[in-house]
Design a protein around this ligand. Structure first.
Ligand SMILES: C[S@@+](CC[C@H](N)C(=O)[O-])C[C@H]1O[C@@H](n2cnc3c(N)ncnc32)[C@H](O)[C@@H]1O
Length: 251
């Protein structure tokens, strides 16, 4: 049966690759590479560097595919569902056209495949149509772990939970009775709207890469600096990936 490996490659630094991920890379016949707009050149380049560095020999194939844009005419969840449906159809065709029956394909998933990534859901959707394909997941170091390590901070307060959410949800008021909140996918700088005075922020952009930026401190004192640095970096590079931890609202 065809097999798909969903390999977490870590969130930036190729040194984040685990031994298990390297072994998985060496099993794949075909690597499927998404084409995703502005950040595509750099992220594609990083994936190719990973292949050059960690795969022995050059007997593999690389297949690029375009990721359709998500529309949200009927609301967020309906938009995501429709988008997953389109991608599932595209994946099924990719597998049928590029993998023979006993071959193994792989997706190099940024960070960890279990966190804010749709590859797992889309492959399950392909399988649910009856298309015969096996699947294995290799975990990776997520941006959340990279952020905590670079700031040398524990994510949770002692005995406290951690909430991982998006900027969109934080903006809707999902805040701070958890003690610690990690925010990803924040295109609107939702932290600038947090008014709780004692909150600390640990912010990181382009973690694990040569362009990494780290800022931390009392939110009320550093939020303008983060907003300024963030928008300058975004302008200079044309895209940004940033994540932050908010902590200390609950004593
Ligand atoms: C689609 S999610 C993918 C998350 C990924 N699966 C992971 O485990 O980190 C993309 C978001 O992850 C965060 N992110 C991923 N890589 C990052 C990095 N190197 N530096 C900062 N944030 C990053 C950002 O919040 C970005 O908007």
């Amino acid at each position: 049966m065809r097999k798909i490996l969903i390999i977490g490659i870590g969130a930036g630094d190729p040194d984040y690759l685990t031994v298990q991920a390297i072994k998985a890379l060496n099993q794949a016949d075909v690597f499927f590479m998404p084409d995703k707009g502005a950040e595509k050149t750099e992220l594609r380049q990083l994936r190719l560097e990973i292949l050059e560095r960690f795969v022995e020999g050059s007997g593999y194939r690389v297949v690029d595919f375009e990721v359709p844009r998500r529309r949200s005419n009927n609301g967020y969840l309906a938009g995501v569902d429709e988008w997953h449906g389109q991608l599932a159809t595209r994946y099924e065709r990719l597998f049928a056209e590029n993998l023979s029956d006993q071959e193994c394909g792989a997706f190099l998933v940024w960070g960890d495949p279990a966190l804010y990534d749709s590859t797992l859901r889309i492959i399950e959707r392909v399988r649910s149509t009856g298309f015969a394909v096996d699947c294995e997941v290799i975990p990776g170091i997520s941006a959340v772990q990279a952020l905590a390590a670079r700031h040398r901070v524990a994510l949770n307060g002692i005995g406290e939970p951690v909430l991982i959410t998006t900027g969109r949800r934080l903006a809707e008021g999902t805040l701070l009775d958890s003690g610690s909140v990690v925010v990803m996918l924040d295109g609107e700088q939702a932290f600038t709207r947090v008014e709780t005075p004692e909150v600390e922020i640990y912010w990181g952009a382009y973690l694990g890469t040569d362009d990494e930026i780290l800022i931390s401190g009392r939110l009320s004192e550093v939020k303008e600096e983060i907003a300024r640095v963030r928008s300058r970096a975004r302008e200079d590079k044309g895209w940004i990936m940033d994540t932050y931890l908010l902590q200390g609202a609950k004593k």
